[in-house]
Design a protein around this ligand. Structure first.
Ligand SMILES: Cc1cc2nc3c(=O)[nH]c(=O)nc-3n(C[C@H](O)[C@H](O)[C@H](O)COP(=O)(O)OP(=O)(O)OC[C@H]3O[C@@H](n4cnc5c(N)ncnc54)[C@H](O)[C@@H]3O)c2cc1C
Length: 440
């Protein structure tokens, strides 16, 4: 003789789950006291009801370390803005294959383009934790392309100028970028050089007063709309990492962009950029000559952490929406979540979200504490990108045919998530780094 779960009912109002138990599973699996019963009654050997507390699995705010109350306030404010100004347009921008440029000044007006930058440059004087909050919340746009375009501006294009730029470069590019008046892009990848950065072939020849660039970049986020491109070039004939420098290239004569069609991130303008005899003045050399590889490495940790944070944010929202769908959608006379296979899948997915969050927050905490958490950041990037893609696929499956339809958010989310294991250093490259770090 034993017990089995006959039904499961969610009671939001009283914040508990009622499990109606019948006989077929060992009652020890559900230890409870008489006082837990509602209403209290003795066990009569037949079915009875117990109360279990609902432990919320909703999106922060919560003051989870390394975040504090102050970050939670920022989270609420950023979320409100994003849900008001960006999320309602996710589908429209997806169809238009473009999100409007005025998103940048709108974000700037909220102080959201300069959270980590000093006030003297128009920033908010915060730090990477403030930025981390925004990155997670940007996932609420429900548009990977929009989040990517904003993210490229604040997480990969402007940080090198902040860290390596001259005062003049900061005034000309960082300040207007924080105001949303100039949009930035980072141009490293080329048709013949992706993971293998040292193979890049875009050449900058020394001329009087500056440099002349010839070559081509590809897969560049904001590649059409960017006013300036922080561009990796070869400045010596010798190969290898030592010959790379960075130039800040302004859009103008000889700079030609062509938008690429892609699987996801449709609202963003991923583009090839051809440089034909583009003159760049001396004052636009960013950092030291031939020391560009250091500049690339300096921001990699943050770029990868940002991708991990974005994945965690997107996974959380996808889980919440899918759990709601499963509670409402009926099949065989009960909600989908009333079927054990779906319920267990959602339990696994919640566990995956939580695991990804813990690993990412651990890497973030170490990063802001000034450690060099190469191992932890690499693991966070590797874990979260594949996990996010798999979670989106499972969420799509739970939506059935609806999940395959353009009108459903999950169709877009599943496509958008596929980029994660490729961009910002692929899964294979993350494993190569870990192999070295772990002395394998
Ligand atoms: C939508 C999108 C946006 C992007 N935005 C930008 C941007 O803003 N700026 C920018 O500079 N770049 C950007 N990229 C480029 C991105 O960073 C590269 O695509 C990525 O680094 C991989 O390079 P690749 O495409 O040349 O692939 P390759 O390097 O040619 O690799 C092909 C495959 O081989 C694997 N591989 C390579 N080397 C090894 C190895 N040693 N061992 C095992 N496997 C290996 C890779 O993991 C991959 O699976 C973007 C890409 C996309 C798709």
């Amino acid at each position: 003789m034993g017990w089995h779960i006959r039904d499961r009912q969610l009671e939001r109002s009283i914040g508990c789950v009622q499990l109606e138990l019948g006989r077929s599973v060992d009652p020890q699996l559900f230890p409870h006291r008489l006082g837990d019963h509602d209403p209290p009654h003795s066990i009569d050997g037949n079915s009875h009801t117990i109360r279990l507390p609902i432990v919320s699995f909703s999106t922060p705010p919560f003051s989870t370390p390394p975040f504090s109350d102050e970050h939670d306030e920022l989270r609420q404010s950023a979320r409100g803005f994003i849900e008001r100004e960006l999320t309602p347009y996710a589908q429209q921008w997806e169809e238009e294959r473009w999100f409007p440029n005025d998103v940048f000044p709108k974000l700037a007006a909220q102080g959201l383009l300069g959270l980590k930058y000093p006030e003297e440059y128009g920033g908010q004087g915060g730090d990477y934790l403030h930025e981390a909050v925004l990155i997670e919340e940007l996932a609420r746009t429900g548009s990977g392309g929009t989040a990517a375009g904003i993210g490229a501006h604040i997480n990969i294009a402007t940080p090198p100028i902040w860290k390596f730029g001259t005062e003049d470069q900061k005034q000309r590019y960082l300040v207007p970028a924080i105001r949303g008046e100039k949009i930035g892009a980072l141009g490293i990848t080329e048709p013949g050089a992706g993971s293998d950065v040292a193979a890049l072939a875009t050449r900058a020849e020394r001329v009087d007063g500056g440099w002349v660039i010839n070559g081509e970049k590809t897969y560049i986020t904001n590649g059409v709309r960017a006013d300036f491109i922080v561009t990796a070039v070869k400045t010596t004939a010798e190969g290898g990492h030592n010959g790379i420098s960075f130039l800040i290239v302004e859009r103008g004569e000889g700079v030609d962009s062509a938008k690429l069609e892609k699987l996801g991130w449709h609202a963003s303008d991923t583009a090839t950029i051809a440089f034909s005899d583009v003159f760049v003045p001396d004052e636009n050399l960013l950092g030291e000559l031939n020391e560009g590889f250091k500049l690339i490495m300096a921001n990699f940790q943050w770029e990868r952490l940002a991708m991990a944070l974005g994945a965690v944010g997107a996974m959380q929202i996808a889980w919440e929406r899918t759990a709601d769908f499963a509670r409402e959608r009926q099949a065989f006379g009960r909600p989908l979540s009333g079927h054990q296979a779906i319920r267990h899948k959602l339990a696994d997915l919640a566990t995956s979200v939580h695991t990804c969050r813990c690993v990412t927050y651990d890497a973030l905490r170490r990063f802001v504490a000034g450690e060099d958490p190469l191992k932890e950041v690499t693991m966070a990037k590797l874990l979260t990108q594949r996990a996010a893609f798999e979670l989106m696929d499972d969420c799509l499956q739970i939506h059935g045919g609806a999940g395959y339809m353009r009108e459903y958010w999950v169709e877009r989310a599943a496509r958008d998530a596929r980029l994660g294991p490729i961009g910002g250093g692929s899964d294979e490259i993350m494993r190569e780094i870990l192999g070295r770090v772990l002395a394998l």
